[in-house]
Design a protein. Structure first.
Length: 272
């Protein structure tokens, strides 16, 4: 079985940044299939454009732009190309980094697909720091990674708890594109009381129901922004915003820049 060293991925490497304990790699996937292999370090894969199939001993994921995966160093997996231009960011974290912050890499064994919108937004911020700060981004990237691992650990603990059935169901429902739910409609579909739903949502998701929905929509928009064939109006409609102005306000509240500014940033850092 193939073994990949730090910074080694299967495709065209556009950029690699080595920090203390962290390596960030911008990769364009160019192989039709990558056979079973594993990596020297634990790492995240964040798909910026395109898509691929990711398989491991337990699961198989159809990945697209905006998807985020985490792999422990001992996890064996394979990849199959989607036939379209695909670009991803890898964030490797070695054992020295974990030791330096006095924490164990105990998030999970194997691979997981991360769906939490807040964690995905933190990863977008890491990509932004990578492109803007480069080799001087250690402080910001360390802080973002610590936030991500803290949230992942909390999420893993919750998974081992016996959550009510409505928790998994509402997660599926809220990720449906262009659905405009009301509190009463959600509660009726989940067979729970609206008061119970609004009171307990933050207990299981770490944020309010309204903020969770806005985060999903903004995160979905981030995945569409590299597609120059889509206007901002098209994206706002696809992501469930009432109109373009609502989309711009929501996006700016999370990223302090407009969607157009962020699109230009992504395209400026796209390999030619």
């Amino acid at each position: 079985m193939k073994f990949s060293k730090t910074g080694q991925f299967y495709g065209v490497t556009n950029e690699t940044i080595h920090l203390d304990g962290v390596t960030l790699t911008d990769t364009e996937y160019s192989q039709d299939r990558v056979p079973w292999h594993f990596h020297e370090n634990s790492y995240f894969t964040f798909i910026l454009e395109g898509g691929m199939v990711e398989g491991n001993k337990k699961d198989r994921y159809e990945c697209c732009a905006g998807d985020l995966l985490f792999h422990n160093w001992q996890d064996a997996h394979y990849n199959i190309a989607s036939g379209q231009f695909t670009r991803g960011i890898h964030v490797e974290v070695n054992g020295r980094w974990f030791e330096g912050f006095d924490r164990l890499n105990d998030v999970t064994e194997g691979s997981i697909r991360i769906t939490a919108p807040r964690i995905k937004m933190l990863m977008y911020n890491i990509v932004r720091e990578m492109k803007i700060a480069g080799n001087t981004g250690q402080l910001s990237i360390d802080a973002l990674l610590l936030d991500i691992f803290g949230r992942l650990s909390t999420s893993q603990r919750r998974m081992h708890d016996r959550n009510p059935r409505w928790v998994d169901r509402i997660k599926e429902m809220l990720h449906e594109p262009k659905e405009h739910w009301t509190l009463t409609g959600l509660a009726t579909s989940l067979d729970v009381h609206p008061v119970h739903l609004s009171r307990d949502f933050s207990k299981y998701f770490g944020t309010t129901l309204g903020d969770y929905i806005r985060t999903i929509r903004v995160q979905r928009a981030l995945a569409l922004l590299p597609n120059q064939e889509l206007s901002l109006t098209d994206i706002s409609f696809e992501c469930g915003f009432a109109d373009q102005s609502h989309f711009i306000r929501s996006f700016k509240s999370y990223y302090q820049v407009t969607p157009l500014h962020y699109r230009k940033f992504l395209l400026r850092n796209k390999p030619c």
